[in-house]
Design a protein. Structure first.
Length: 727
């Protein structure tokens, strides 16, 4: 039992407001504390930020009281000073508790909360939950001060409250009724019936500020009164005082109490230290609580044991303390689990992500993919704040992760699977687990600025998304993105993944155009080579093409990118392979590199979309030359430009624009009397070709495929495979 402090001056009498003397006539009274704190030790245990001490109070110089001081930052949603007086050892069997004390609050900004109740219903740490007012009172919580009696989210426009309800002489307690003066609080707690009766008085005038009889407990589930909690929660309060504290507890003198023991066993083996239940009523049936049934890990190596039975209801508390309750346990079973990726649309299984064994009642962390692919379609897992990113705790049985089909997602790469071009001292990925964010539980670090690259991609406009963790706490970092052509040349893109903040994880997106056949390249760690990278996902938003609109059916053109004309319907591209006897011979081409001078045959003023490719070989022969916009022609060379009538004429003077091509010959290709060079087509044209454009250009012979059918051009007429004339 705690030391009982001697009474050194007259105390306020304990209120007997609601029950009368006779109701407690057979009770045994124990004085727990009776103290005016004059030259005596402080009985409160302190925690929090601030302090508690026995000091003089300004209202009565030379007198002492317990002073509670809050910290300078106490108002930022956590208490500045929190102290408690625990009398549970004396009051655990009490049926009634009387508490009285004086309290002083200054007129400066301040607030005090006094809670009378059951210590087991107060959180173990005042800082465990959000907000400064998160602790539990059981019987009553008195709040008063310039913060107007706020309690657990309730706002009362008054200067005091009890259990969140406003109190006062009218509708609200005025500042001059509770501030800069001493008030006296007296309370009687009826533990048996969960009721509390109390008064609050002006100590100087003895005027009653508030009173209640048989009010319900603030926490109706409480079964004892064992503690006083005192808290201040406003910045830099240093003059909140408690004085003249008196606590009396009452127990039934006719009842006897004894301890009993709870043992935890697997067979005859004790697998957990026994627990003693103190001061149980003799003759009552013993009980266990839910925590007595909690699983127990025991042994080397540790094994899990599960509650199976107990004999508590068969035991009664013996006066000699010999009663033993046995709680029996069994070994936990080992069970199987699976984690499946399922289609969010119809809940069908896309694939099994993982399977394994797990101890009964336990969970296992399993990392899953952001994307899965089935029947050529990518299904994407959308993250949410409630579930750990890329990780889920599975239990025994079937567990699922839901995915949504996205046909626009064309590629998904786990970056640790990408090959690396070594340009630094380290030749690959380093799986050091620092980020712990990827589908295999490890986001690998790309070291020493090496290049990682994807497979060859289909051309298009894509939104790229990527997750990375910058491990550095001192510098932000970037990831360089580039494309690599068939020859291995790496060209950085204008758009980049930029500014991963210091020591942070983020998912970033960019929009890029990728030529057909290119490999996508990334280089981590521009600044410190310290980025851990996760997935790389390509969502297609359109074709990567160059728009060409010829002004005439026949035109010259110089490519600005590597282009592929093979499957462009209605538009054919040609190079010049020979020029003699008044004609220039054209050969049709498909993919050509950037800077290739060409002749195009199509429909005038029609827009054609020509795919961009990553790499193409230059034609073996091409007599077309790209204009440079500066070379002056004077008619002394055999150079020819295409005119609107579809013939090539010798350039007499001027320049050729950079977007146009001209024909250069080493010798005079003209025929006697001819005004210009006409167009002829060499060899048989195969594939999908423009037979109408060829005939219009003067071609007399050739074989074509149009709409899947063979068309033969002979003497300027079109025949099918059976020799019949076709339109």
């Amino acid at each position: 039992m705690k030391k009982i402090l001697l009474l050194t001056k007259t105390l306020l009498a304990v209120a007997l407001l609601c029950v009368g003397q006779n109701a407690w006539a057979d009770l045994k009274k124990t004085n727990v504390i009776n103290c005016d704190f004059e030259n005596s030790e402080t009985v409160f245990t302190f925690t929090g930020r601030g302090g508690v001490a026995n000091t003089e109070y300004p209202a009565e110089s030379g007198n002492h009281a317990v002073n509670f001081t809050s910290a300078s930052n106490a108002g930022n949603a956590v208490p500045g000073a929190f102290a408690y007086y625990d009398f549970s050892a004396e009051a655990k069997t009490a049926v009634k508790v009387d508490v009285s004390f004086d309290c002083y609050l200054p007129t400066t900004s301040g607030q005090v909360k006094v809670s009378i109740g059951d210590a087991t219903y107060r959180t173990s740490s005042i800082f465990n939950t959000t907000g400064a007012w998160s602790y539990n009172g059981t019987g009553a919580i008195f709040v008063f001060g310039t913060e107007r009696g706020k309690l657990n989210g309730k706002t009362n426009e008054n200067y005091a409250s009890v259990n969140g309800n406003p109190i006062g002489s009218t509708t609200a307690l005025k500042a001059n009724e509770v501030l800069d003066l001493w008030v006296t609080i007296s309370a009687t707690i009826d533990v048996t019936n969960s009721k509390i009766s109390y008064t609050m008085k002006n100590k100087s005038t003895d005027a009653v500020l508030v009173s209640a009889t048989d009010a319900d407990f603030f926490n109706a589930t409480a079964s004892a009164c064992t503690q006083i909690d005192i808290q201040t929660g406003v910045n830099s309060v240093s003059a909140v005082y408690i004085d003249n504290l008196c606590v009396d507890v009452y127990t039934d003198a006719s009842e006897k109490y004894a301890d009993y023991t709870i043992e935890y066993k697997y067979g005859e083996t004790e697998i957990k230290s026994a627990r003693v239940v103190e001061s149980a009523k003799v003759g009552n049936t013993t009980t266990i609580v839910d925590s007595d049934k909690n699983p127990i890990w025991y042994g080397e190596p540790s094994e899990k044991y599960m509650y199976s039975s107990d004999d508590a209801s068969e035991q009664t508390v013996a006066e000699d303390g010999s009663t033993v309750v046995t709680v029996n346990f069994r070994k936990a079973t080992v069970e199987s689990y699976t984690l499946n990726a399922i289609n969010s649309a119809n809940l069908s299984v896309l694939e099994e992500i993982a399977s394994g064994s797990i101890v009964e009642g336990e969970s296992a962390r399993v990392y899953y993919h952001k994307a899965v692919k089935k029947d050529g379609v990518w299904y994407i897992r959308n993250q949410n704040g409630a579930e750990p990113y890329y990780g889920i705790d599975v239990v025994a049985g079937t567990n699922t992760v839901s995915y949504t089909a996205n046909e626009n997602v064309k590629y998904f790469f786990e970056v640790e699977g990408l090959p690396v071009v070594q340009v630094g001292s380290y030749g690959g990925w380093r799986n050091d687990g620092l980020a712990n964010r990827s589908s295999n539980g490890v986001a690998p670090r790309h070291y020493a600025k090496n290049y990682a690259y994807t497979e060859a991609l289909a051309g298009g406009v894509y939104t790229l998304s990527m997750n990375a963790r910058n491990q550095s706490s001192s510098v932000s970092d970037n990831i360089t993105i580039a494309i690599m052509d068939e020859g291995g040349t790496i060209t950085p893109l204008e758009i980049q993944f930029e500014d991963w903040a210091k020591a942070s994880t983020a998912e970033k997106t960019v929009s890029v155009s990728i030529p057909d056949g290119a490999k996508f390249v990334l280089k981590a760690g521009d600044n410190n080579s310290n980025l851990n990278m996760d997935f790389l996902m390509f969502t297609r938003t359109g074709d990567y093409t160059v728009s060409i609109t010829p002004a005439t059916a026949k035109s010259t053109y110089v490519t600005t990118k590597a282009l592929d004309f093979t499957d462009v319907e209605g538009l054919d591209a040609y190079v010049a392979t020979a020029a003699a006897n008044g004609s220039v011979t054209l050969e049709k081409v498909g993919a050509v590199p950037a800077g290739t001078p060409l002749m195009l045959i199509g429909t005038a003023t029609t827009e054609y979309k020509v795919p961009v490719v990553a790499y193409a070989s230059a034609p073996e022969e091409n007599m077309f030359v790209a204009g440079d916009g500066t070379t002056e022609f004077d008619g002394s060379t055999f150079d020819y430009i295409l005119y609107s009538d579809g013939l090539f004429y010798k350039i007499g003077s001027g320049t050729v624009a950079t977007t146009k091509a001209y024909l250069h010959c080493d010798n005079d290709p003209t025929a006697a009397g001819a005004r210009g060079l006409r167009i002829s087509f060499g060899g048989n044209i195969t594939g999908v070709a423009n037979v109408e454009a060829a005939a219009e250009a003067g071609q007399k012979e050739g074989k074509f495929f149009k709409d899947g059918k063979l068309v033969i051009l002979k003497n300027g007429k079109k025949f099918n495979a059976a020799g019949q004339i076709v339109k």
